[in-house]
Design a protein. Structure first.
Length: 453
């Protein structure tokens, strides 16, 4: 058969991930904290976007500790502290240098890790930001001249060298010691005396000077990271017994579109109008995606609360077996959508603040074939049995299986052992030995308590 070009018409189906769809999926899986950071960056890029004040949301008694109106927000004090990068920027901008060198120094400062080190190769920074090699090297020199001394170093030797140079103590002998820090680590002082050309007393003094330096100068600006679980949904029991499920308004940023900028553009400025039109389209898509995100989170939360209603009365023992697929099928969503909605999201109730993943649990079958038990509830029961066991008659895994089956829970011995180990509870032999010591009960309780946390 002869080969020849020809035209054919074929009908196929394919999923096209438009930028708008990609953005909607990305927003859906973000936590409230990640979302706030993402929106702040979008507002900087889009002149038509503004962040409006979030509406005040009612608190839930006993759910999450302090309210925002309790004597001010203590997190504001942490956020107000100056970071290392801000501290360096303040010093670099007024320095003497060409605009290119200053810009290079600012970019290099942003590349530093929290401890003050530049662990990214300078050549990589140069290529990524399109800098000239000479400007990058001069910019690094400016960074290394900043306070705190030693910042901008690429390794420990350079960090210590910068600090000693500022103290006018970087003589040849000290430089030789820095070049041979491995000898100091090994305690080979005789060899250090030889390579540095000094006696034992001088070596001891030099080592004392080095120990007084700061090997991680940037950490003095590092703030203690406080992980705060911000609830996305509140669940409470109404007086008539029904469950109220509502979004936390404080975790929902209000994004507004400001068209004042567009009205100031002349009719003849086609390039500016095209830019504003693109910004307007992006802003509209973002606002619609945020609205869709809120609706989806609420819809999924309502279904989870409906299926786990006992949990909001009794806590973990009231959990029923529940999978993301079951929720997705009930709501007509894809399972991946439910996974994204619940990832990194929290629900607050009278018992506390829990990640949504806590409410999805596997099933343990009942002996009589009735309603299955959740794995979380079974683990909680194992913990209770161990905590209540007699001091001289610790319960083996086989005994725990017998007791659980007596309560209608059909469970294998290896499953009991797996749950016990995951909760940090020692074996019956270890518990018996531990209880022979005065502090044993506290140690066993602490192991079980870690899993509860």
């Amino acid at each position: 058969m002869a080969l020849a070009p020809r035209i054919e018409i074929r009908q196929t189906q394919s999923l096209v991930m438009t930028p708008q769809l990609q953005q909607a999926i990305k927003l859906l899986q973000m936590s409230s904290i990640d979302l706030a950071g993402y929106l702040a960056a979008e507002v900087e890029k889009n002149p038509l976007l503004e962040l409006g004040p979030a509406p005040t949301a009612p608190g839930v008694t006993g759910a999450i500790g302090r309210r925002a109106d309790d004597d001010g927000d203590w997190l504001d004090g942490i956020a107000a502290n100056v970071t290392l990068h801000q501290h360096l920027h303040t010093q670099i901008r007024p320095m003497r240098g060409t605009p290119r060198v200053i810009e290079a120094a600012l970019l290099i400062a942003d590349e530093l890790e929290d401890d003050g080190y530049l662990r990214v190769p300078l050549a990589e920074v140069t290529a990524r930001h399109g800098l000239r090699a000479a400007d990058a090297l001069a910019g690094l020199t400016l960074v290394q001249a900043c306070d705190p001394s030693g910042v901008g170093a690429r390794d420990l030797r350079e960090c210590l060298s910068l600090q000693l140079r500022d103290q006018n103590r970087l003589d040849p002998a000290m430089q030789a010691m820095l070049d041979n820090l491995a000898l100091a680590a090994k305690g080979n002082l005789v060899e250090l005396e030889r390579v540095c050309g000094v006696d034992a007393e001088d070596v001891a003094d030099m080592l004392a000077e080095i120990r007084a330096l700061d090997p991680k100068p940037g950490l003095r600006f590092a703030q203690t990271r406080v992980e705060v679980a911000v609830p996305d949904v509140y669940v409470s029991r109404a007086p008539d017994g029904t469950l109220n499920v509502e979004l936390n308004a404080e975790s929902l940023p209000r994004v507004l579109m400001n068209n004042v900028y567009a009205t100031r553009i002349g009719k003849d400025d086609s390039e500016a109008r095209a830019f504003v039109s693109e910004c307007s389209t992006r802003a509209s898509w973002l606002i619609r995606s945020l609205e869709q995100r809120a609706r989806t989170i609420l819809k999924v939360a309502i279904e989870i609360a409906r299926r786990q209603d006992r949990f909001f009365d009794t806590g973990t023992p009231g959990l029923r077996p529940l999978t993301r697929r079951a929720v997705a099928e009930q709501l007509g969503l894809h399972e991946s959508t439910v996974s994204r909605v619940t990832a990194g999201k929290y629900v607050a109730c009278e018992h506390g603040c829990y990640e949504f993943s806590h409410l999805f649990v596997s099933a343990i079958q009942a002996v009589s074939g009735g309603e299955a038990y959740s794995s979380a509830a079974v683990q909680d029961r194992i913990r209770s049995l161990v905590e209540a066991e007699p001091a001289r008659r610790t319960l083996s895994d086989d005994k725990l299986v017998t007791l659980l089956k007596g309560e209608g829970i059909d469970i294998a011995r290896r499953t009991v052992a797996k749950y016990r180990e995951s909760m940090g509870i020692p074996s019956s032999v270890e518990r018996r030995r531990l209880r022979a010591r005065p502090s044993a009960t506290r140690e066993i309780a602490a192991g079980a308590g870690r899993s509860r946390d």
